[in-house]
Design a protein around this ligand. Structure first.
Ligand code: ZN
Length: 462
């Protein structure tokens, strides 16, 4: 990877010393924030927490608004006064998952407790501990330097944990207020190996259901077999036209927009830890999914999938029942990669089904586009160097996550590169009881946040 060799590394020793000197204070302030529930799914505490975090942004001198949506509000703070420096959008979310089951928590979810070097509370890692670290990074830079090294917009949404339903329209409608050269999200865990990582993309997802019908009621297979059609066979035959045993998705046109990994991405994928044989054994599976010949990270990041989530109909109980079912259902999802579009892939699925099994209904059940930022983005080098400066180790470069997040709102709607730089430990137990963040990672997150802005600030806008 190229480095911006001509720009001298910024000296951050004053900022790092400032963070170290305030370690206990910063932990106590995070604890105070974690004490405030903000459960979007239940509507608990949302307005109060939005105002609380907006107050902190205002205290830092950011021009801040709590912007209403049809759901929970967005909090947007802007610092826009550094000529010629990049503008960075820092995205996070102030809502948390519901805490249940409550009796599985060692200490109550909204009474933060420190044990064994970790802060335990709902939201500790996902995402309050991480965006609070970004805000403390701004505070520390402002305290040490009197100004930020680049322009910053903080965007905190209140509905990430319920699927970000308002994000696409909000970003579309407020393009100008959110204008930036790049987006940084600190969410999710570091790599399973404990190494820092920069994530450059996510796979998209498309969910749908296939419904086949035969007669208008279930029938006796002896009295009606050979006469009435069997919708389960209809689905089995249809599904067999959609993916073959070699693992290739054979839906007409499906592969048209799949961009194979670049040489740079292949090299980055090959460097990621993850031995296929160990993974196969850990899954208790006798074989891996087809096709062979692809590494673990490449399978998750670089190629689309077609998964039958469930195939239902007729009888599945004990012993036997000679029924001829009258309806059958297949629940399916697809993980999509650059440059596929969920809407376009769904149209191809519908066209394929019309051609091969005209009577089968296709029901759309939601989608999210994939997102990808090129590994050779001009911002990769300063972000990498900043992580090395703050954490003392090279981050892994991960071309894409296997799962799906609404990153496309930044890369496609805003049209800018988007990077995820997680601060939480791999066992943060997000969405689970005893969610936690290691204190050391929270403090390293503050330093990393400051370093990323400082390194980006030395970097002339491309
Ligand atoms: Zn979450």
């Amino acid at each position: 990877m190229e480095s911006s060799a001509s720009t001298p590394a910024p000296d951050l020793s004053d900022v790092f010393a400032y963070v170290d000197a305030r370690r206990d204070e910063f932990i106590q302030r995070l604890i105070a924030y974690l004490r405030m529930p903000s459960i979007s799914a239940w509507g608990t505490g949302m307005g109060e927490v939005a105002e609380h975090i907006a107050g902190m942004l205002r205290g830092l001198g950011l021009v801040t608004e709590v912007m209403p949506t049809a759901g929970w509000p967005m909090v947007v703070g802007r610092y826009d006064s550094v000529a010629d420096a990049p503008a960075v959008l820092l995205y996070g979310h102030y809502d948390v998952q519901p805490p249940d089951p409550l009796d599985a928590w060692v200490s109550p979810p909204f009474e933060p407790a420190i044990r064994d070097g970790r802060i335990y509370a709902r939201g500790a890692g996902d995402n309050k501990g991480q965006h609070f670290a970004q805000m403390l990074a701004l505070e520390s830079l402002l305290a040490c330097r009197g100004a930020l090294p680049c322009n910053v917009t903080v965007l905190l949404e209140g509905e990430e944990e319920i699927g970000s339903p308002r994000m696409p329209d909000f970003v579309r409608d407020h393009r100008d207020a959110l204008r930036a050269d790049l987006v940084i999200t600190s969410d999710g865990p570091v790599h399973e190996s404990g190494r820092a990582q920069i994530l450059f993309g996510v796979r998209g997802v498309l969910s749908f259901e296939l419904r086949a019908r035969g007669a208008d009621r279930d029938l006796h297979s002896g009295n009606w077999g050979g006469v009435a059609p069997n919708p389960l066979w209809t689905l089995v035959h249809l599904l067999a036209t959609m993916k073959n045993a070699r693992g290739e998705v054979t839906i007409d046109g499906f592969a048209d927009d799949v961009l194979p990994p670049t040489a740079l991405e292949r090299a980055a994928l090959a460097r990621l830890p993850g031995d296929l044989e160990t993974i196969r054994a850990s899954l208790g599976a006798s074989a891996l999914d087809a096709p062979d010949g692809r590494g673990y990270a490449e399978r998750l990041a670089a190629w689309p999938t077609f998964t039958i989530n469930g195939l239902h109909g007729g009888y599945g109980g004990p012993s036997s029942k000679t029924v001829l079912p009258h309806e059958a259902f297949a629940k399916c999802d697809m993980r999509l990669v650059e440059a596929q579009r969920a809407e376009d892939v769904f149209a191809k699925v519908v066209a394929h089904v019309r051609r091969h099994a005209p009577g089968v209904e296709v029901i759309y059940q939601g989608a999210m586009d994939p997102s990808k930022t090129p590994l050779d983005s001009p911002y990769t080098a300063p972000l990498r160097q900043a992580i090395v400066a703050a954490q003392g180790e090279e981050p892994l470069l991960v071309p894409a996550l296997g799962g799906s997040l609404p990153e496309y709102v930044f890369t496609r709607i805003l049209g800018v590169p988007a990077f995820t730089v997680p601060y939480a430990n791999a066992d943060e137990a997000n969405h689970a009881p005893n969610e936690n963040i290691e204190v050391a990672r929270f403090i390293a997150g503050i330093k990393t946040g400051a370093a990323m802005l400082a390194y980006l600030g030395t970097f002339a806008r491309p």
